[in-house]
Structure formats: C-alpha cells, structure tokens
Design a binder for this molecule. Structure first.
Ligand SMILES: Nc1ncnc2c1ncn2[C@@H]1O[C@H](COP(=O)(O)OP(=O)(O)O)[C@@H](O)[C@H]1O
Ligand SMILES: [Mg+2]
Length: 457
C-alpha cells in the first residue's frame, strides 16, 4: 500500500465490512467447559496480561469454559504464566504466527474464539488474511489493526468523519516533505506512516531540519519508511494542554443491541512514551464530551466489538483527534485502580459478545493516577531481573497513609528505560494523586535488582 488512494479504498472496505459484520454478530449467552471459548492474545505484555487474567478472575477460566492463549517473542513474557497455553514466536513472521494461532484455534469455523492483537509489531497483513479468508475472529474487526497502525489511513478516516484534527499533510518523498512544510509553516512534527512510541519521529523548527527528519523517519519506520505524515506541531500541548485517551467500548447490552460507552483518561507526556495517566481526566466536561463524540464516531465507523483507544490533544479550548488503536491502551491501565472493572476485563467481555455492565468509578469523587516504573538508564540491555522487593512500595504507602498500589509486570530482563511495572495512587486532589504515584514508582524502581549480563563481571 502506498499513497492516498489505496488507503481510501481500504477505509471504504473497512466501513462496509463493519456494517456486514454487525449484521452477523451475536451475543454470547453461555460458557461451556465441554466446548470452551478460546481467547488468543497476540502479544503478551502487560495489556495482554490484563485481558487474559480477567478470564480467570471473572469468568472462571479453563474449567468454566474459557481457555486463554498468549503469544510473544521471548520466554517469560508477562502473560505467559497467566495464560493456559502459550507460544514463543517472531510475530512478524506470518507463517510462524499463523501456525501458533491455528494450534490454539484448530477450526476457526467451529470453535468459538477471539484473536486479539495486543501489539502492532505483528504481521497484520497475514492476520487480516486469516480473518477474511479462513474465518478467524480478529477483534474488533480485521480492519481495525490495519487502519489503526497506518497513520495515513487513520488520518483519512478521521477526516472523512468530519472529526477535527491538527492540520496535516502526507509526504512520500523529501520533496513532498519540503512542500508540506512550506504549506503548514514551522514548527512541524514528522512521523513515519508506520511506527509507535515516537520511533522515527522528529520535531522540526525550520527548513534546515527537514533532511535529517526524513532520514530519521526512513531509518526508524516499521515497514517502508519513505512515507511520512507531517503535522503542525502544537508546542502549547506540553505547557498548557492535556492529552486524552478516550476508551470507547463497543459491546452488547441486555437487549442484544450493540452500544458504545466512552470513558476519558487524561495523560501528559514529556516525551513520546507513556509516563503517567489518570482518571477522571479533569478536563472540563463539555470538552470531554465533545472528545467522546469524536472518538465514538471513529470506533463506530470501524465497528465490531471491543475497546478502541482514541488519542486526543486538548489545547486552547479545542479537542484534536490524533490516532487510535482497536485495543486497550497503556494509558488506560490506570483503570485497574480507577474503575470497578479495568480496561482488560471490559475488552475481554465485550469482544466475547457478553453483556457489559456500565463501567463505574472505583473511588467516586477521587482521582486515580498511574505512573510507570522504569528500568534505570544505566542498566545493561538484556540484564536479568534478579529480585524485587514489593515491600519498598508497600511500606511507603502504609507509612504515609496513602491509597496506593504497585503492579510489577514480571519481565525477566531489562533494557534502559524499559517499563517494568506501574504505580498508582488515588486522592481527592489530582495533583496529590500524581505526586504520590510518582513517589511510589520511584520507591518501586529502587527495589528492583538487576544482574550482570552473562559473561560480565
Ligand atoms: N502535532 C503535535 N503537536 C504536539 N505534540 C504532538 C503532536 N503530535 C504528537 N505529539 C506528541 O507526541 C506524542 C506521540 O505522538 P503520536 O502521534 O501519538 O505517535 P505515537 O504513535 O508514537 O504514539 C503525543 O502523545 C504527543 O504528546
Ligand atoms: Mg500515540
């Protein structure tokens, strides 16, 4: 796929597929251990873990009629020990991935199942083919990952729906990038069409930075790197704005109708990666509602069942929709403490076709904030985690009388800045919740011990 036209037709197909899919979706009314539902998470990091553990926590697990399976690229991944079945494969290798999935779902036409893509570093084209040709149930729809991971397709869909976005251009060459910058004016932000977590992205202040930005995008893109999206860069977002992740849940209600429920999580990021998020968002209700309407339009256009995470920038009294994924979101992990039921559980039940009770705040009147627990910058890449002490965080929480917690993901090895866990705190004050979560995270960071690399002294 290259350029605008093929993406336009992919969106066209996606939207008509959604309508057709919705006419055949049916609620799930019972689980049966004799004919278990098979739930596959492609990617078994903390988000996959959150989804699959809900199958045990709330639905009774294997003996009650739901078998969980997780796939990731390394041994000891977070969801591996919580899933009933697991496989370690390179998920970008279509044959290996298909063989792992088909090992779990032997006959896609007769086994009740769902295949959920937790990450984007997957052979999505193969997964799409498995869904459309061989009948695998890829949730929310097989088009979800295809459109969501392609920035150009995402922007075109957002535009087609009349949803406000930061002004942007597509460029397929350095010359087109120059022209786009000329039209938008500086500063701009240049992003490869296919990446995540800020890889290959640069903020460009003037003409002189364009060559390097294009070079950087080409080097760090996933797949072909010569296509970029150029956006007007909003410096005020960092200083006076806030970011939202609208968690849009498409699920059956008790009357067998598909409904859309939206919850807004707030976050701020000093860089491109996730640092902290909170719920409720603290954004004025009117703006939050406006954002929710925009987010629902995006999710409803793609259709299917499950959770969509729609990212938005709120700045200067306006809401701009930026990108989306059809799965739970890292910023949404705060729902583990903020809601009575976390995003993983909501996604699991919704994608299975179960009726989902209305999500409720766990601590009405309070804010809950989550903050990442990171491996230190000077850790050797690949260094093993030799031990960790939960009590470091627990003692702090207890001494201060805070409402707080820490979630350790259980990754066996680290690299500088790797996300090892999440700390959380709830308080009536958003500022206090954020500060406490940060303190708990730092206590937890100090409590993890890393060993030397094999062969090192
Ligand atoms: N146009 C923009 N103006 C200001 N900040 C931006 C802009 N685009 C992205 N950012 C910042 O960079 C982060 C990552 O960008 P995003 O488009 O979400 O890419 P990724 O796929 O890497 O998450 C955003 O969450 C936001 O903080
Ligand atoms: Mg993003």
């Amino acid at each position: 796929m290259r350029g605008i036209e093929p993406r336009e037709s992919a969106i066209e197909e996606a939207v008509s597929y959604a309508r057709e899919l919705e006419s055949r979706l049916e609620p799930l009314d019972r689980l049966d251990p004799g004919d278990p539902f098979v739930y596959v998470s492609v990617g078994g990091g903390e988000l996959g873990d959150l989804v699959l553990t809900a199958a045990k926590r709330s639905l009774g697990g294997r003996s009650a009629g739901i078998v969980t399976a997780a796939i990731d690229r390394y041994q000891g991944f977070p969801a591996q020990d919580s899933a009933d079945l697991s496989a370690v494969v390179d998920m970008r290798d279509g044959d290996a991935l298909e063989s792992a999935i088909s090992g779990f779902v032997r006959d896609p036409r007769s086994v009740r199942h769902a295949v959920f893509l937790e990450v984007e570093a997957v052979d999505t084209a193969r997964v799409f083919e498995m869904a459309t040709r061989r009948g695998y149930n890829v949730v929310s729809t097989p088009y979800g990952p295809l459109v969501g991971m392609d920035r150009l397709a995402s922007k075109l869909l957002i535009e087609r729906l009349g949803v406000p976005a930061v002004e942007w251009r597509y460029a397929g060459s350095l010359e087109e990038l120059r022209a786009a910058a000329g039209e938008l004016g500086f500063p701009i932000i240049v992003k490869p069409v296919m990446t995540s977590s800020g890889h290959g992205t640069s903020i460009v202040e003037g003409e002189g930075g364009l060559d390097a930005a294009y070079e950087h995008a080409m080097r760090h893109a996933r797949g072909r790197g010569d296509e970029v999206i150029v956006e007007r860069y909003l410096p005020e977002l960092r200083t006076e704005g806030v970011e939202l992740t609208q968690l849009v849940l498409r699920h059956f209600d008790e009357d067998g109708r598909i409904r859309t429920t939206v919850l807004a999580v707030g976050h701020s990021r000093p860089g491109a990666v996730y640092v902290e998020s909170w719920f409720p968002s603290g954004v004025p209700a009117e703006l939050e509602r406006e954002g929710a309407e925009h987010a629902a339009k995006v999710a409803n256009a793609l259709g299917g069942l499950g959770l969509y995470a729609v990212e938005q920038f709120v700045v200067g009294g306006r809401v701009y929709t930026s990108e989306f994924a059809n799965r739970p979101h890292d910023t949404g992990m705060v729902t583990r403490w903020a809601l009575a039921e976390d995003e993983g559980s909501l996604h699991l039940k919704a994608t299975m076709g179960l009726v989902v009770p209305a999500p409720r705040a766990a601590h009405p009147g309070s804010f809950c904030a989550a903050r990442v627990v990171l491996a230190p910058d000077d850790v050797a890449p690949g260094a093993p985690v030799t031990s960790w002490s939960p009590n470091a965080a627990y003692s702090l929480i207890r001494r201060r009388g805070w409402m707080g917690d820490v979630w350790f993901f259980g990754k066996p090895t680290a690299y500088p800045g790797r996300r090892m866990g999440l700390a959380a705190a709830c308080s009536r004050s958003l500022r206090a919740a954020r500060a406490r979560a940060a303190s708990i995270a730092s206590a937890a960071e100090g409590s993890i011990s890393y060993g030397a690399l094999h062969g090192e002294n």
